[in-house]
Design a protein around this ligand. Structure first.
Ligand SMILES: Nc1ncnc2c1ncn2[C@@H]1O[C@H](COP(=O)(O)OP(=O)(O)OP(=O)(O)O)[C@@H](O)[C@H]1O
Length: 283
């Protein structure tokens, strides 16, 4: 990538954000995944190694079916590696060492709950919040939900139901729900894939603000190379299935980034380079 200014991924200030976890926030060491067995075995992920430090924002891009979501499932311990290691916060992913927030392409809000109640849900089920949920849900927790909803422009929709919101507003609520319990680690799987370009760009800015405010470690899976370049401080490109990481490069553009930047010659050249690399590995 040709844009050279300031590499946030190696900035000591960035690394010092959360000194609680001395080991990398995420570490895959030759982790591979095979689904099924014998004749029906599908190799979904070739041995893959990847490290994310606290506060890193890494985008995973690559051809369809190369194993991007499989990496997210490994990190969230929804699946185990067939071989190799997956450590989260220095321990086996299943140990749930870090607090995790997740958001996917189709927000799964519970239709019988208001937006406020949906966003509050992680506080009901995640430690240490769940211990005081019943005491705090009408006070401190409610204030926390309203503050976050205000930050994404949804202050007037706390008492609406999911079906009363547009796709973009639902995705904003989804981000709030992923962040309300102050996760150390945010896993995003094409969170804006179903939205129009204008709404998507608006939400990139919202996500950037939320990220810079809290500095969780973020792993974002996306097909949108501009999304990857605008948001991430590193971009990992995967080969075709069974994928592995074939390029891991910093995005040397200071944050916060202005949305107009995605039309600059430097940025277009960077995304064009990524596009060509993915086109090569697809074929
Ligand atoms: N439960 C499963 N059983 C069998 N094969 C699976 C299973 N889950 C995923 N796969 C296969 O593993 C491969 C990797 O899937 P994965 O969802 O990780 O790809 P991806 O890169 O996220 O794809 P896309 O970009 O299209 O969403 C695919 O070929 C997929 O068909």
């Amino acid at each position: 990538m040709n844009v050279k200014t300031h590499d946030l991924s190696t900035d000591p200030a960035t690394k010092a954000v959360n000194p609680v976890h001395p080991r990398p926030a995420i570490e895959l060491d030759a982790a591979s995944v095979v689904f099924g067995s014998d004749a029906k075995a599908v190799m979904a992920l070739s041995p893959t190694s990847l490290k994310l430090d606290d506060g890193d924002f890494v985008a995973l891009v690559g051809p369809s079916g190369c194993g991007k979501s499989t990496i997210l499932r490994l990190v969230s311990s929804l699946i185990k590696p067939s071989a190799g290691l997956v450590l989260v916060g220095g321990k086996d992913a299943a140990a749930k060492q870090l607090r995790i927030g997740m958001a996917f392409q189709n927000p799964t809000m519970l239709p019988w709950l208001t937006i406020e109640q949906n966003v509050m849900m992680p506080l009901k089920i995640v430690s240490p919040f769940k211990a005081t949920y019943h005491k705090d849900k009408k006070g401190a927790f409610r204030d926390r939900v309203h503050a976050l909803l205000s930050q994404v422009g949804l202050q007037d929709f706390a008492n609406h139901y999911p079906w009363q919101l547009s796709g973009g507003m639902l995705q904003r609520s989804n981000l709030c729900r992923a962040l309300i319990h102050e996760p150390d680690l945010l896993l995003l799987d094409e969170p804006f894939g179903a939205l129009d370009q204008f709404t998507r760009e608006e939400l990139w800015q919202t996500l950037q603000d939320l990220y810079l405010d809290r500095k969780p470690t973020v792993l974002l899976v996306t097909h949108d190379l501009r999304e990857a370049g605008y948001l991430a401080n590193r971009i990992c490109v995967m080969s075709a299935r069974p994928g592995r990481i074939i390029s891991d490069e910093p995005v040397n553009i200071p944050q916060p980034r202005d949305i107009g930047m995605i039309y600059s010659a430097e940025f277009v050249e960077m995304t064009q380079g990524l596009r060509e690399l993915i086109a090569q590995v697809r074929s």
